[in-house]
Design a protein around this ligand. Sequence first.
Ligand code: ATP
Ligand code: MG
Length: 454
Amino acid sequence: IMYNVEQLTAASTEALRTIIQQGLITIALLGYLLYTNWRLTMCILIFGPVIGFVISKASKRMRKLSQQVQDTMGDVNHVVQETVNANLIVKGFGGQIYEQERFKQNSLENLRRGLKMVAVQQLNSPVVQLIMSVSLSIVMYIALRPQILGDTTAGEFVAYITAAGMLARPIKTLTDVNEKIQRGMAAAHSVFELLDMPEEHNTGKLNDALKGNIQFKDVNLVYGDGHHAIHDFNLEVKAGETVALVGRSGAGKTSLVNLLVRYQETTSGQILLDQKPITDYELTALRTQIAMVNQQVVLFNRTVRENIAYGQLENASDEEIIAAAKAAYAHDFIMALPQGYDTPLGAQGLNLSGGQRQRIAIARAILKNAPILILDEATSALDNESEYFIQRAFDQAMRDRTTIVIAHRLSTIENADRIVVMDQGRIIEQGNHAELIARQGAYYQLHQRNFEEH
Ligand SMILES: Nc1ncnc2c1ncn2[C@@H]1O[C@H](COP(=O)(O)OP(=O)(O)OP(=O)(O)O)[C@@H](O)[C@H]1O
Ligand SMILES: [Mg+2]
């Protein structure tokens, strides 16, 4: 985005200035030439289309080349960004040579295209100038014939030739600017491609306070690549209920909760919130009422306080922030940080442990105090002791709200009102812990395996 917008800015400011300046000079000189000797000027103008043809040929080629160069520029930046972000993986898996090679290949490709572009650029002006000079020589030759020269005096003739000669410079500048415009057009194309991408559908108007009744009716989700992640899913969650989703990795648990915050849209079927279709709710109104702790914790390069009180929670008071942190069992380790709540977390919160990062994310969700709480693997990175505390905090937080917990560690969800076992996007079993254990089905097996692991 930045590279393309820069190109576009250069093209529109510089090019516009040159076109106006040099364009006016060209028009004035042409007017003078026509006024002095129109026959001769017509001869010159015959060469105009020839020059124009060459210019348009060259500029078409330029546009294609600069498009290619821009695409590879993107690739190089991408390689660098990816390698830096993933530097631990690169080092840990010995990917240095591979990444270096990838960077080298991309840079070389970039260089090759860049050279080609410069070559075409450099060829562009000399060719145009050559055409200009040749045409001027022919003009001189014709002009010296008496039929055309007529009764022109020597003085007038010199003035005419001088003016015609002066025309070369502005025309050359104008052809140069053409190249810049072509580059700008290629950049504009990329920028508009991005701007024209469809936005999130947000046609709903409702902004009622949610009670927390959730109903999935024949919900299907098919991802763009054709993967059918959720199959004819039917589930009703009453306000205040705690429902645990369990199932093998890839069963569709995260996909299902992503539908609730409309990160994904249902392919068919309906989700009702308090008996009204989810799409009837205004998107922001919907999302402010659902607190979600994602499977991948995301923290910002800001202070602890700003990370907990993020976005809509910006105006939370210190007491509220501390209460949320205490509830998430994060207060103690936060106080042990060098500047307490004002400690900057560094990029992606990398100066915290995995469990600490997760507790900050949980504090953020608790502070949101929303009627619907979604915890995706919220306790997976915690040791048994912190898990115990977090569990107590959750029991508190879950008390008067609808909660959907996704867990791999089954010990954390034994108290849930209902446990829903999913496989390949379908419900294969549901009931409470005791019932499911007694049934000795899929949950029982998961439980046995879980028990062996821990
Ligand atoms: N954006 C996506 N595009 C295409 N397929 C996807 C996408 N996200 C997930 N999937 C696929 O959908 C299926 C369900 O994924 P999902 O993340 O919901 O599983 P999960 O139950 O949360 O697994 P885990 O327990 O490992 O978190 C998987 O087979 C996955 O490959
Ligand atoms: Mg998941």
